[in-house]
Design a protein around this ligand. Structure first.
Ligand code: HAS
Length: 542
């Protein structure tokens, strides 16, 4: 990656890692408060810290990391950015950073204690929502830079198959652009007028529906960059090949289709949405599991191919041939292993009846700590170990590789302890998002205390892991020996020069996605608007 574009990516990473450090610290505070080992100073309240933790890690860390990574991969596979695109990307960065600073300042002033999901009836200062709008507009500049780079590459390489990494980045952005329609609508038409006091009431159910229209695909916006690393870079790191380029592309396209019309699976216990539409969206949720199952298949196939090429025999002999001492491999691999129970947990959540057992319990917090917090973040750690030195013209030394393995083990053990405790105590009803822990000696609550302590032990290990990670990243960026670190891009197992035309026909896929969204959302949204009882508090057209 050339120096100018490397700088662009690095600024995204600096911001992401700062958010990781502060957000991680806030996470530990919560576990200590819940386990009654710490009382927060009066200037801070639990929900404020919870909001800061969620926003900094789930929204800020991820978004900045993802764009830093996508820029680097797109430039690596399609050539350096034309200067107008690089400028657009910098404008995007400045807007995103401005919005982030606004939002975090308001949270720290206790004027935006609305949790990271920020839907009504919780209300923040209007400037919090304006900050969010800055972030989203910033991502549109970033999307422009990447998508227009892809389009001009295709024009210059007529008839050729586009680079897989860039194709995946464009698919991820297509998903993002469609998904943000929901949150942009809610922020501009509902939250900003309401928080300024221009409208007295808000349609709560509609605001939640618009949020989840965005909120569920948001989780795939986090996941897909991890999948990019799994499909494109991991095969090279293990000395193998990409199992199938077409399968990888199809998986990403299926995410565009199925990740959006499924938001109701977060609202299964909410009134105002008929069971029929909940059912339709649960069916579509089961469809969105398919591209992940395809990914699991492709990963096993890549591992097996790599192992057999190195002489492995027998059913599982290839397993031993994987590079177990390479932090660039073990980090994403452990992430994949976490995704097996995490995916099963998602399927439980999505199953309508079982959702009644787990909804609003700390089980759900456990679910998202092993999806985003383990699967995705471990993969992002793995990427950082080669990408940061690559961008800074330095090398990943054996010593840092070894320390990196400790960092990954600390994260794995910490996340395992914390999320297992969350899952188990959630099953006995321990609620999420609450500071109250003792419940006046209620019988069911008797077991929660020890789980809360386990969560704080896990949280402590996670913070140590973050400290070590940041230290290693500073070393890799500024002190490691100069040299050139590989940007691993895998080759296909059976090279195919021709791609089925349909796989790169975006119009078809986006049209199907829009059709599915219209089917899944039109009638329930009309219902939500029409059924809002006139004059009843908290309900109005918008
Ligand atoms: Fe989820 C709630 C359903 C995936 C994140 N989810 C959340 C929330 C977050 C989140 C943040 O249906 C909380 C939101 C809030 O604050 O209220 N989720 C699913 C389903 C999936 C799923 C069906 N979630 C994710 C991912 C996330 C994420 C990914 C972040 C990145 N989720 C739900 C539901 C709720 C929910 C309900 C609402 C609950 C409620 O009531 O509030 C699926 O996409 C999962 C499919 C995954 C698989 C796994 C495939 C396995 C692979 C690994 C292969 C391993 C290999 C390694 C190759 C089917 C690909 C080999 C290893 C060896 C050991 C040999």
């Amino acid at each position: 990656v050339n120096a100018l574009d490397a700088r662009l990516s690095m600024y995204h990473f600096y911001t992401a890692f700062a958010a990781l450090l502060i957000g991680g610290f806030f996470g530990l505070l919560q576990t200590l408060v819940r386990s009654e080992q710490l009382t927060l100073p009066v200037e801070l309240n639990y929900y404020q810290v919870l909001t800061a933790h969620g926003v900094l890690l789930a929204l800020v860390f991820t978004t900045f990391f993802i764009f830093g990574f996508m820029y680097a991969g797109v430039v690596k596979t399609t050539g350096e950015f034309a200067s107008h695109r690089r400028k657009a990307a910098w404008v995007g960065f400045v807007l995103m950073l401005t919005g982030t600073i606004m939002a975090i300042t308001l949270i720290l002033m206790n004027k935006a204690t609305v949790l990271y999901t920020f839907y009504a009836p919780l209300q923040a200062s209007p400037f919090f929502y304006i900050g969010l709008a800055f972030i989203i507009v910033g991502t549109y500049f970033a999307a422009y830079a990447i998508i227009s780079q892809y389009r001009s590459w295709r024009k210059e390489h007529k008839g050729e198959k586009s680079p897989l990494f860039t194709f995946m980045a464009v698919a991820t952005l297509a998903l993002w652009l469609i998904a943000t329609i929901g949150v942009v609508t809610a922020v501009t038409l509902q939250f900003i007028p309401w928080s300024f006091g221009w409208t007295e009431t808000i349609n709560v159910a509609l605001s939640r529906t618009l949020f989840w229209f965005f909120g569920h695909p948001l989780v795939y916006f986090w996941l897909l960059p991890a999948y990019m690393a799994w499909y494109v870079t991991v095969p090279k790191i293990i000395g193998g090949k990409i199992f199938s380029d077409s399968l990888a592309r199809l998986a990403f396209l299926l995410f565009i289709l199925f990740s959006i019309p499924v938001g109701f699976h977060h609202q299964l216990l909410e009134p105002g949405i008929s069971e029929v539409w909940k059912y339709v969206q649960v069916v579509l949720t089961f469809a969105v599991i398919i591209p992940s199952l395809m990914t699991a298949f492709a990963m096993f196939a890549s591992f097996e191919i790599a192992g057999r090429e190195k002489g492995a025999t027998g059913l599982l002999g290839w397993f031993k041939k994987l590079p177990w001492s390479d932090v660039r491999f073990i980090a994403p691999f452990i992430g994949m292993a976490f995704f097996i129970p995490a995916g099963a947990g998602g399927i439980i959540n999505a199953s309508h009846q079982m959702n009644q057992v787990v909804h609003n319990t700390i089980w759900v917090t456990g679910h998202f700590h092993i999806t985003i917090g383990a699967t995705v973040i471990l993969t992002f750690f793995g990427i950082s170990y080669w990408l940061i030195p690559h961008l800074k013209g330095r090398v990943l030394t054996k010593h840092i590789n070894n320390l990196g393995k400790y960092q990954i083990v600390l994260w794995t053990v910490g996340m395992f302890i914390m999320s297992a405790a969350m899952h188990f105590s959630g099953l006995s009803g321990n609620p999420r998002r609450t500071q109250i822990t003792s419940y006046n000696g209620h019988e069911a609550a008797a077991s929660w205390g020890s789980y809360e302590v386990a969560m704080s032990v896990g949280g402590t290990l996670l913070l140590f892991s973050i400290f070590l990670f940041i230290g290693l990243m500073i070393n890799l960026a500024f002190f490691a020996p100069k040299g050139s670190e590989e940007f691993p891009i895998g080759e296909e197992f059976e090279e195919t020069h021709k791609l089925p035309k349909l796989l790169e026909n975006w119009k078809v896929w986006i049209a199907i996605a829009i059709l599915l969204i219209l089917i899944a959302y039109t009638i329930p949204v009309i219902d939500l608007i029409q059924d809002a009882p006139p004059g009843s508090p908290g309900y109005q057209f918008w």
